[in-house]
Design a protein. Structure first.
Length: 247
């Protein structure tokens, strides 16, 4: 059966994938295929994960986080594209100064806004610290009149971090389980089910195998999600959102 890097799927994508995986198997008479016990364990974990995910998305703080994350993404994207435009300027000095800031951004990797929530917060904090404390970078900020952009980026990132900590506290008070832990449990059930199908398929001595149809259907599903992951990986390095434990 085709493989997929489950850890690369964002939570919404992951949940949809495992539900589709479950749905395809249900359409192929799992009892006859002798996989109904493994499927039941898998389905139970999906239900638990979906419940936790819905709770997270229902949080008022989560909606505020989404808005604040978009706000800081817009700020860092705006500065990035402004600086990129300056590297095409006919004045060589403007190109050189813009490149100083772009080189500093590159130290933290490409696509800052594609990082998960915690990683982006840390990277932006370090980036802002560089631009505020390193004279050669601060001069470029002033020369290009980017102080307003920098202030907006800093405020949005600080507000985001505060809200993120509040939501973490809210989760801890409400339920000790985390989506990450529940995903790991769902992964274990997924692999157990997948491996049983593969094993029973390999044990068939006289073709055609009764597992061939469901395997082909599941492979088609997995292929679609693998395409999604490849397309994401090939996205140009300009910032875009990454994965967070709650979205």
């Amino acid at each position: 059966m085709n493989t997929i890097e489950l850890k690369l799927l964002r939570n919404a994508e992951y949940l949809q994938y495992v539900k589709d995986f479950e749905g395809i198997i249900n359409l192929n008479n799992p009892a006859t295929l002798q996989i109904d016990t493994k499927l039941a364990a898998f389905s139970a974990k999906i239900t638990e994960l979906e419940s936790l995910y819905k709770k997270a998305m229902a949080s008022e703080i989560t909606q505020e986080l989404i808005a604040l994350d978009e706000r800081r993404d817009n700020a860092v994207n705006g500065m990035y594209y402004f600086l990129m435009a300056q590297t095409y300027h006919y004045e060589e000095s403007r190109c050189t100064r813009a490149q100083l800031l772009l080189d500093n951004m590159a130290l933290y990797g490409s696509g800052i806004a594609r990082l998960n929530y915690q990683a982006e917060t840390a990277v932006l904090s370090n980036l802002i610290r560089d631009w505020e404390n390193k004279p050669e970078l601060g001069t470029v900020i002033t020369d290009f009149d980017l102080s307003g952009w920098l202030a907006e980026l800093k405020e949005a990132n600080d507000l985001f971090n505060g809200k993120y900590l509040s939501r973490t506290q809210e989760y801890g008070d409400a339920n000790p389980e985390t989506i990450k832990l529940k995903r790991e449990e769902a992964n274990a059930a997924y692999y157990a089910l997948r491996d049983r199908i593969d094993a029973l398929h390999l044990l068939v001595e006289v073709p055609p195998s009764p597992y061939a149809t469901v395997i082909n259907q599941l492979n088609a599903l997995t292929a679609q999600y693998n395409v999604l992951l490849v397309n994401r990986q090939n996205t140009p390095p300009a910032p875009e959102k990454g994965t967070d434990p709650a979205v």
